[in-house]
Design a protein around this ligand. Structure first.
Ligand code: GDP
Length: 697
């Protein structure tokens, strides 16, 4: 483990991959070879150590971004688990915020798949230095140099091999030739490695690739360039240092290869993590703002600096309770200390702290700058919150989460489940900012919303397994929203005379479009106590209630500003309740006058299909109200990019399969909300009204 908090010996890395490229297997082997796990879990047997939750094992996919620390060559490497499924790109983005470098994993046979591309673009966005590992080199048809070509042509990167595979026609993958050390690593199937001189028959090949490596590195590194031009020898250490600088500058991607499943090439990969990927010291200082002045400020990665940490992941753990994954950028987070949650402006006491080692936690006294760990029982802290020194507050940039796009109604399976369901949903929503629980006001049922079908399916699964709650769900529905396109004014009185004490409230307000992403803005222009101050929150509450339930078609209202300009009250008859009802009714009436429209999630879709199928794929996307935004030729394949409303994409996987005889693949991510064309909106509204309450789906 890192000694004396030597930050240069810390690596925080994520593994980014297309689903099925072997991320779970690689992670497993890393844990095994670094000596932290003593048994190799095979994914197909459902034993993977990093797969925390039972249903992940069954599905063979990894969803949580658990952070696991291992030791290698006197360095502490923390592996931040990133999910492979595109429904969880938000998890990928979230982990990219806190990791310093990444291993991009490719399948030696599958190459660069659309999803690898999506993830690569995300790494670009966060400027994460990357090394690549071409896995499954034991499989027939694996093509190391082919994959390198694709990394160059499709991802626009500058890949350069630092090892090359040794494949034997009969015996498969024997090992790799290390270009830098000019040595051959042979492995048997148990992963035992022995090193030998490069076979004579392959020496020329090694020399030529080594020359290529020096040339490529010199092109992007001035120091090496000087040596190269002067024809001076470049030492091993100089070459590694040069490659490291170039990797950090993102001008080069060192590429390794192996077969994780056969225990081949993983230790060389760990060496490359240490050699080429950044330590927290290599990074620019983290940027934040002063919560009061809004001025930009920086924090350096120093353990004795002022505390700045980001809570990036919350997991509701059955045994330990709420666990919060924290990345400390500066200073030291100490158990028992008081910190400021500057996002919520409240103080928090730090309880127990832990470091995670492959499902086995280690209790620690502190987590220092550059490190990632877990705080237990931080009840008030949410995902994306900043924790900092109360004497020196800073607000780190919050993590952006996309809006949930798909909803499903959910009901308890039995009477016993009824009470538990609410609590369990609340805990899950707490953990996952892209998962929202709401009450469909018009029908009174509980509605859960998330990023895609698989996302919601997994939530329902977790309810059953982790919380022991049975639930029945409807069919998934697009999470439409409502908004207005014109301003409108309204004067509204709510008066009831029912014998005894009556009810009285009166409001005058204006509603107007507030721009995409604003949500809701409330402006109070009442002066002189024409409505007493205590009723203003009642009015706001009434409006928020009306917005949540929807007016046009029962979908939540977004992006409106309400300006309360006037009104009156009655000494005896006015009440919180009266003002809530009055404001709700007023808002609904104003909304109807403000030319409402329906908004729908529009997805960015990429389809890769053989050229002969590109036409039908294109036509089909257009028939789904898709707008084609790009067409590219990629070898024998064509890629079609389009923006398509989510509502037309149900069952797309099946349709695409039959259109292309199963030879195409696609990815889909949320892009933005857009107005639904009027005639289609009317159809959606009519359909929704037809269905009786409680029988959705
Ligand atoms: P993930 O979806 O990226 O986490 O991939 P997994 O680690 O679950 O691997 C997907 C499948 O590929 C599993 O059946 C693995 O056993 C298999 N696999 C992983 N690595 C290798 C490898 O190096 N060679 C071969 N032949 N199969 C592999």
């Amino acid at each position: 483990m890192a000694k004396n908090h030597d930050l240069t010996r810390v690596r925080n890395v994520g593994i980014m991959a297309h689903i099925d490229a072997g991320k779970t297997t690689v992670t497993e082997r890393i844990l095994y070879f670094s000596g932290k796990t003593h048994k190799m879990g095979e994914v197909h047997e459902g034993e993977a150590t990093m797969d925390w939750m039972a249903q992940e094992r069954e599905r063979g996919i990894t969803i949580t971004s658990a952070a696991t620390t291992v030791a290698w060559r006197d360095h502490a490497i923390t592996i931040i688990d990133t999910p492979g499924h595109v429904d969880f790109t938000v998890e990928v983005e979230r982990s990219l915020r806190v990791l310093d470098g990444a291993i991009a994993l490719f399948c030696g046979v599958g190459g660069v798949e659309p999803q690898s591309e999506t993830v690569w673009r995300q790494a670009d966005k966060y400027e994460v230095p990357v090394i690549a590992f071409v896995n499954k080199m034991d499989r027939a048809g694996a093509d190391f140099f082919g994959v390198i070509g694709l990394i160059e042509s499709q991802l626009g990167a500058n890949p350069v091999p630092v090892v090359i595979p040794m494949v034997d026609e009969n015996d498969g993958l024997l090992g790799v030739i290390d270009l830098i050390d000019n040595v051959a690593h042979y492995y048997d199937d148990e992963g035992t490695r022995h090193d030998e001189p490069v076979p004579a028959a392959r020496q020329a090949e090694r020399d030529s690739w080594f020359k290529h490596l020096i040339e490529k590195a010199s092109e992007v590194d001035d120091h090496l360039m000087e040596r190269f031009v002067a024809d001076e020898p470049i030492s091993r250490d100089e070459l590694i240092a040069g490659l490291r600088r170039a990797t950090l500058a993102r001008t080069i991607v060192p590429v390794l290869c192996g077969a994780a499943f056969r225990n081949k090439g993983v230790r060389r990969l760990l060496d490359a993590v240490v050699d080429f990927l950044p330590s927290p010291m290599d990074l620019p200082p983290v940027i934040g703002t002063c919560p009061e002045s809004r001025e930009a400020m920086e924090r350096l990665p120093k353990p004795d600096g002022r505390l700045a940490a980001l809570a990036f992941k919350i997991v509701a753990d059955q045994h330990t309770g709420k666990t919060t994954y924290v990345r400390v950028y500066s200073g030291t987070l100490r158990s028992g200390s008081q910190v400021l949650n500057s996002t919520q402006d409240r103080r928090q006491r730090i309880g127990r702290l832990m470091k995670m080692h492959a499902n086995r936690p280690e209790i620690v006294d502190e987590i220092t700058a550059g490190d990632i760990g877990v705080a237990v029982g931080l009840s008030e802290t949410n995902t994306g919150d900043t924790l900092c020194d109360p004497a020196h507050p800073i607000l780190l940039e919050a993590i952006e989460f996309p809006a949930p796009v798909l909803s499903i109604s959910i009901q308890p399976a039995s009477r016993q489940d009824r009470d538990k369901l609410g609590t369990a949903l609340h805990r899950l929503a707490n953990e996952d900012p892209t998962f929202v629980v709401s009450t469909g006001e018009a029908r009174g049922e509980t509605v859960i919303s998330g990023m895609g079908e698989l996302h919601l399916e997994i939530i329902v699964d977790r309810l059953r397994r982790e919380f022991g709650v049975g639930a029945v769900v409807g069919t998934p529905e697009v999470a439409y929203r409502e908004t207005i396109t014109l301003p409108a004014d309204i004067v509204h009185r709510y008066v009831k005379q029912t014998g005894g004490r009556g009810e009285y409230a009166h409001v005058v307000m204006r509603i107007e479009p507030a721009g995409a992403g604003v949500g809701f803005e409330f402006v109070n222009e009442i002066t002189g106590g024409r409505i007493p101050r205590e009723y203003i929150p009642s009015i706001e509450k009434g409006i928020i209630g009306a917005m949540a339930g929807g007016i046009y078609a029962g979908y939540p209202v977004v992006d409106v500003r309400v300006v309360l300009t006037d009104g009156s009250f009655h000494e005896v008859d006015s009440s919180d309740r009266a003002f809530q009802i009055c404001a709700s009714q007023a808002f609904k009436a104003a909304f109807a006058k403000a030319n409402p429209e329906l908004l729908e999630p529009v997805m960015s879709v990429q389809v890769v299909a053989p050229e002969e199928h590109a036409g039908p794929v294109h036509g089909d996307l257009c028939a789904r109200r898709g707008r084609i935004t790009g067409m590219h030729v990629k070898g024998a394949m064509n890629e079609v990019e389009a923006l398509v409303p989510l509502g037309t994409m149900f069952g797309y996987a099946t349709q695409l399969r039959s259109l292309t005889s199963g030879r195409a693949s696609f990815t889909m991510q949320f892009e933005r909300y857009e107005a639904v064309p009027y005639s289609i909106a009317e159809e959606i509204v009519a359909r929704r009204r037809e269905r009786p309450a409680g029988h959705r789906g």
